[in-house]
Design a protein around this ligand. Sequence first.
Ligand SMILES: Nc1ncnc2c1ncn2[C@@H]1O[C@H](COP(=O)(O)OP(=O)(O)OP(=O)(O)O)[C@@H](O)[C@H]1O
Ligand SMILES: [Mg+2]
Length: 293
Amino acid sequence: MELVIDRITKQFKNKIAVDHVSLKLKEGVYGLLGANGAGKTTLMRMMCGLMVPDSGTIALDGISMEEEQYRDVLGYLPQDFGYYPDFTALEFLMYMASLKGIPKIRAKEKTAMLLEQVNLKDVAKKKIKTYSGGMKQRLGIAQALLNNPNLLVLDEPTAGLDPKERVKFRNMISELGKDRIVLLSTHIVSDVEYIADYIMVMKKGTIIHKGAREDILKSIDGKVWECVVPEKTALDLERKFPVINIRNEKEGIFLRLVCEHMPYETASICTASLEDLYLYYFSDEISEGEGQP
Ligand SMILES: Nc1ncnc2c1ncn2[C@@H]1O[C@H](COP(=O)(O)OP(=O)(O)OP(=O)(O)O)[C@@H](O)[C@H]1O
Ligand SMILES: [Mg+2]
């Protein structure tokens, strides 16, 4: 199975949301990591045939996304999925199955199986409005799996989950990625760090890095440093370099930062993490948009 995205582009007025993105995905879990506005949702909506690209093509095993056959093997969880609060999970899945044209008997079997798979069997007859964020997200995945898709696209599926729900969610996703292509977007580094086999970092409409986790980390290998410095030096370093971590210590200010060369004479080099990479590439946006912590 291979999904080929070839120079896909989408522009809104004078804003290029997705800029000539090309990707090849095979079975496995792919994490699309990017800050707000990077273009993740736009890319995913085009992959799901919900938005027409300005140019470029998308095909799964040679079948274009414009063809019905492509949509038949696609499952999608939108970022802003609308649940019906007064439906139960069971009613909701049966309803979604009817929209997807699945015959009733088949839908009943499939719904029962999915409720079990996403661990909602015990609450299947409770109204969705009584569910936690994690339960709703798992129900969202269940509806995306109704047609047993080869390509599963999940837009920010971990948003709003507490740490415990997050762990359950991760386990479920890894299982799903065994025999299909799973693509999930997030801006939470730790969510993709341990479940995605491959990571794609998206910034301003383009994929700036992609590859297996260990491979993409190579780009900042040897550039992550830790040091304890006087306050004045800390301020100076903070201005010049992306700082990943900062705290007060007895001997001075502890800094973890990304820098091409040794930033301070007692600095020691450390193993780069995905979080370091993310902060390095998005530090300009974080300081512009959200204010540096
Ligand atoms: N329908 C639209 N009309 C105009 N501009 C849009 C539209 N959809 C998206 N954009 C713009 O395109 C850019 C990419 O948006 P997109 O929603 O794809 O980003 P994202 O990575 O999903 O962000 P987030 O993390 O906030 O969900 C943004 O600048 C956004 O304002
Ligand atoms: Mg989005």
